[in-house]
Design a protein around this ligand. Structure first.
Ligand SMILES: Nc1ncnc2c1ncn2[C@@H]1O[C@H](COP(=O)(O)OP(=O)(O)OP(=O)(O)O)[C@@H](O)[C@H]1O
Ligand SMILES: [Mg+2]
Length: 311
């Protein structure tokens, strides 16, 4: 049985249809990435899952049963609009939130200490939230979502506002939660983030699900030996002649100049053919210094699917 199911959720704000028949499910021990452009309906769906917003129709189920209040206490939520009390001290606030979710005082204090340590905000425990930098407030917000050791973790754009180290820490924390069999449902604009940590992805656009599948299936289904290859060059190329020459190599379907020293090649072929491509590129004497599968496959899929949705 699926752990968390969103079953034909519909939601309109006046005449705007924010969600249309949104249906998918998320398993425990899985990191589920929810991807979509601004206004696609991610936050709306997450709020409905949490019960802070009512759907017009459809249902959210946890282990086959409608989500009740008791279950909601076992959910940790990092909202998009940061919801901390600005005038409360970091430590007090986290202890308060943990106690609100049913922890006793010693356990709440221990959890507050552990999470502030883990998120690098331990020295700020005695400060009012409003005095913290945006990124540090964000860290406290994440601690607030996790302090009561929830079974289900819903993170709405957790990486927004964090520096690269903070983003890496979030990835680490999320992977740790997965190891402990928590269910993680996170939205992100940062497709690289999703590619790095998520097991499954759902892409929505204008409130409709475009697809949802395991990340591996998504990349093989849409990538299908098509994963673009990025080639780095030591010197600028002729923007007309080189794409034409490269485009004529075996297996190459397209070659675009990303910038004067970077090419992106759409290529179809097995590893031996790829090796042949690399050899041919080197043979062109255009100063090849790197050759790697583009990491932006999900981005390509995303842009392609969304533009198809528009037509
Ligand atoms: N309270 C509201 N009243 C009216 N319209 C709303 C309300 N909340 C959201 N919307 C609209 O519903 C749609 C979905 O918004 P939502 O916030 O769920 O998108 P999102 O995917 O989270 O976007 P973002 O990536 O920008 O956070 C948008 O068109 C938005 O303008
Ligand atoms: Mg949102």
């Amino acid at each position: 049985m699926a752990q968390l199911e969103l079953d034909h959720l519909n939601k309109a704000y006046g005449s705007l249809r924010a969600l249309t028949d949104l249906t998918f499910s998320v398993e425990a021990g899985e990191i589920f990435g929810f991807v979509g452009s601004n206004g696609a309906g991610k936050t709306t769906a997450m709020r409905i899952v949490l019960g802070v917003l009512a759907a017009d129709s459809g249902e959210v189920r946890w282990r086959g049963r409608p989500l009740d209040l008791d279950m909601r206490r076992r959910v940790g939520y990092m909202p998009e609009e940061r919801g901390l009390y600005p005038k409360m001290k970091v430590g007090e606030q986290l202890v308060y939130l943990a106690r609100l979710h049913g922890m006793d005082a010693p356990a709440a204090t221990a959890a507050m200490e552990r999470w502030t340590e883990r998120l690098g905000v331990a020295p700020r425990r005695g400060d009012h939230v409003e005095k913290l930098s945006l990124g540090n407030q964000q860290r406290v917000q994440l601690a607030a979502a996790l302090v009561h050791d929830p079974e289900v973790v819903i993170l709405d754009e957790p990486a927004t506002g964090l520096d690269p180290r903070g983003m890496a820490e979030v990835r680490d924390i999320v992977r740790g939660l997965k190891k402990r069999n928590r269910l993680i449902f996170m939205s992100s604009h940062i497709l690289q983030e999703v590619t790095d940590v998520c097991d499954e992805v759902a892409l929505i656009d204008k409130g409709k699900l475009l697809f949802y599948d395991t990340l591996a299936n998504v990349t093989s289904r849409f990538g299908d030996g098509h994963a673009p290859i990025d080639v780095g060059l030591s010197r600028p190329v002729d923007p007309q002649a080189v794409p034409r020459t490269v485009g004529a190599l075996p297996g190459v379907e397209a070659c675009t100049v990303l910038d004067p020293t970077r090419l992106r090649i759409k290529f179809r072929g097995d590893p031996a053919a790829r090796e042949g491509l690399l050899r041919a590129l080197v043979g062109l004497n255009i100063g090849v210094v790197s050759f790697a599968q583009s990491e932006s496959l999900l981005e390509e899929i995303y842009l392609k699917e969304i533009s198809q949705g528009d037509s």
